[in-house]
Design a protein around this ligand. Structure first.
Ligand code: C2E
Ligand code: CA
Ligand code: CA
Length: 363
């Protein structure tokens, strides 16, 4: 194994650690270190710290972040006492945490400039009528082709945007782009008499929904696109509805504008079916995990959700339909609408718009 590292020269740090102090410090820190994370390599890391004589107490650099919380405050205090005694500053920091904070800040900046520089696009996933196979609308999903990086999935950057006010910018951008697009399609290819007028669904994050500004944002998008409000669907997750009274209030105001509200990912949160009765919502979107599940209990639950939603006057959309058998079963249970790779993947605007010009059942 490597020989013990030599401490830096004392001048660099203004200390004069003689050999005795050094070895006392070394063993004291070593004990402390083992208390900190109780692992065998404590000694090596400790030596690394002493070598640089910055005397920062590293937590194991690749450990799980939640381990930080398990460090007891007394141990941190003990480190500070040692620091006072030996003339160094005891500081805990975590490289993983620091790296994550840097990466997050960098990603936030990239999202903001991506929005400003036109790097974002909207993909449209058709929503189909289960019984007739007709196109009933679309869900707008954000797509980001980041220069020099490539495609970044929404799951990788939406949560980061949700950690800051950026999510409002993302949602606003989507609201405007999606309503403008549907208004344009309607102008180009109006629905034939008796044909359904397709809707557009836009995802609204919980954080944005809790912001009073959301009402003006939706009203602005409707005004500038000229889209009739009843053709706009706002998708919100159920947790938002249950947790936040303000969000709840905003939904009521939004509905008063004439737009409809869909509960997204239903079944993954804690809403009971009975709570639906009192919620300011119009549509229930059954989460993909239930639609795809082969467990008998889940299959029964899907049937139950559809029945209950209908009792409360809600429209039901099944998400993530990938198999013909799933679609057939949903149809048997009276599910209204379906969305999924079996029917259509999310697609670029040009392709999605072309579907409006096709007779039902083709393409
Ligand atoms: P979500 O709202 O539940 O959107 C549905 C996701 O399921 C989309 O993923 C869609 O591409 C995917 N999907 C559709 N059909 C199938 C299927 O048959 N099988 C499977 N395996 N997946 C299917 P996407 O586009 O990657 O979006 C992921 C999530 O990111 C969305 O989940 C939503 O929570 C969020 N998101 C996407 N766009 C936006 C946006 O514009 N604003 C906000 N706030 N969130 C967005
Ligand atoms: Ca959604
Ligand atoms: Ca969903």
């Amino acid at each position: 194994s490597a020989p013990p590292a030599k401490p830096d020269g004392p001048q660099a740090h203004g200390h004069q650690p003689c050999a005795l102090i050094r070895s006392t410090l070394e063993s004291a820190l070593c004990v402390l270190f083992q208390k900190l994370h109780g692992i065998a390599d404590g000694q090596n890391r400790f030596r690394g710290v002493v070598r640089n004589f910055t005397a920062e107490l590293f937590l194991k650099s690749h450990h799980q972040l939640d381990r930080v919380e398990t460090v007891r405050p007394e141990i941190v205090d003990e480190a500070r006492v040692l620091g006072d005694l030996f003339g160094f500053r005891a500081e805990m920091f975590d490289e993983v945490l620091r790296l994550q904070l840097n990466q997050r800040a960098e990603l936030e900046a990239a999202i903001a400039s991506g929005l400003a520089d036109g790097e974002m696009q909207v993909a449209y996933q058709p929503v189909m009528d289960v019984a007739t196979g007709r196109l009933m609308g679309y869900e707008a999903l954000i797509r980001w082709e980041r220069p020099g990086v490539g495609f970044v999935p929404p799951d990788q950057f939406i949560p980061v945007a949700e950690g800051s006010r950026l999510i409002g910018d993302v949602d606003r951008w989507m609201l405007h782009a999606a309503t403008r697009q549907l208004a344009q399609w309607r102008a180009e290819s109006p629905a034939a008499p008796g044909e359904p007028d397709p809707t557009i669904a836009v995802n609204i994050s919980g954080r944005h929904l809790a912001d009073p500004r959301v009402i003006a944002d939706v009203a602005d998008a409707l005004a500038s696109s000229g889209l009739p409000p009843e053709l706009l669907v706002l998708e919100v997750t159920e947790t938002v509805l249950v947790d936040d009274p303000l969000a709840y209030e905003h939904l009521t105001e939004l509905r008063a504008l004439g737009v409809s509200i869909a509960i997204d990912d239903f079944g993954t949160g804690y809403t009971s079916i009975g709570q639906l009765r009192n919620m300011p919502v119009d549509t229930l979107k059954i989460d993909r995990s239930f639609v795809a599940s082969t467990e008998p209990a889940h299959r029964e639950l899907v049937a139950l959700m559809i029945r209950a939603a209908h009792t409360f006057g809600l429209t039901v959309v099944a998400e993530g339909v990938e198999e013909p058998a799933q679609l057939a079963e949903l149809g048997a249970h009276g599910c209204d609408l379906a969305q999924g790779y079996l029917l259509h993947r999310p697609m670029p605007a040009a392709e999605a718009g072309a579907l409006l010009r096709q007779p039902a059942g083709t393409g």
